[in-house]
Design a protein around this ligand. Sequence first.
Ligand code: MN
Length: 366
Amino acid sequence: MKKTLSILGSTGSIGTQALDVIRHFKDRFDLIALTAGKNIALFKKQLIEFEPKFAYIQSKEHIDDIQQFIHKENLNTTLCPNNDGLSIIAKIPQDLVVIALSGTIGIKATYDAIQAGNDIGLACKEVLVSAGSHIMEASKQKGVKIHPVDSEHAALQQCLTNNSNSSINKMIITASGGPFWKLEKEKFNSITLEDALQHPNWSMGKKITVDSSTFVNKGLEVIEAHHLFNIDFDDIDVVVHRQSIIHGLVEFIDGNILAHLSSTDMRFPIQYVLTYPEKLHSTWPRLSLTQIKKLEFFEPDYDRFPLLKVAYDVGRKGGSYPVVFNAANEAAVTLFLAEKITYLDIQRIIMKSLEEFNHDLSLSIS
Ligand code: MN
C-alpha cells in the first residue's frame, strides 16, 4: 500500500528535501497535495514532476498564473482557489500531512489535519512553541501521531524506542554553536547579515540560520521537546557539540544513555518520518566515524547567548510567554534579514517585548 501524504510548504528547505526523499521512493508514496508560498518557478517544476491531486498557492497574485499553467500542461491537479486552501488540504483524509510551513500559519493547518485524524510530520517550530498544549491535547484525543521533522527531536524519538516516559531521567539536545561560538562578546555589535547566514554545518532557510546563530533555534527546540515528550524543562539539557553528529540523547533512570548519530543531512530525519514505521534503504551520504575521529561537547554560554536562557524562562512561565518570545523573534529576524536593524537589536527587541508583555500582564491582574 502506498502512503498518502501532502507537503504543505513544498518549496522551502524542508519541503524540497521531503520531495527528494519521495523522489527516491516514488513507488511508496501517493502525493495528495503540494502547497507553496510565492516561489512560483520552483512550484511549477514540482507540479509537473509530482502531479499532485491538489495544489494551493498562498500569494493571491499568482493564483491565475498557476491555474493557467495547470491547464496548459494538462495536469491532473485541482488548484484550491480560496484563502482556505491550506485548511482544505490538511483536512483531506490521508496517512501523513507534512507541515513544512514557516511561521504561525502552520498552527491552523496542523490543528485541521489533527481534527481530520491525519498523522503529522511537523517541521514548523511555531506550532508547538505557540500552541503546544492545545496541539498535543488535540492529537491525544484524536489518536494522531505527531512526528517531529527536526533532527534533534527525531533523534530523541528514535532513542526512546519503546521505553515509557517514567523511565526517562533526562533528554539532551545538541547545538552546533552556530557561526559565533568562538567570537568574543565585544565583537557581537559588528556582526553583519552575511556573517549570521554562514552556518558551519547545516544548509537551511535564512530565518532558522539566524535563529541558530542567536541560540533562539535551540531555545525553541527545548520548548518543542517539552511538549512533544511531556518532559519538564529541568530535565532537558542543551549541550554544544560542534560536529553536529550526535543530534539527541536520552538518559534513562538506570543511567543508560542512548544517542542518535547521523550525517548533517536533513533527509535522514525526513525519511525517518515519511516512511515510519518502516525502514527503507537510502543512498544519502553515510557517516564515517573514523573520518570524524573526535566528538566534542561544551556547556552553552549564557553570557554571549542569553536568549537560550530566556527561552527556558518563557517555557517555564508558559501561557502566552512563549508566544510573545517567538513572535518578537520572528519580527526582529525579519527586520534583521531586511537589514533594518543590527544583530544585537534582535536580542533587545525580544527582551523589550517580554518586558512590556510582563508589564501589561501585571497591570491587567492588579
Ligand atoms: Mn534542529
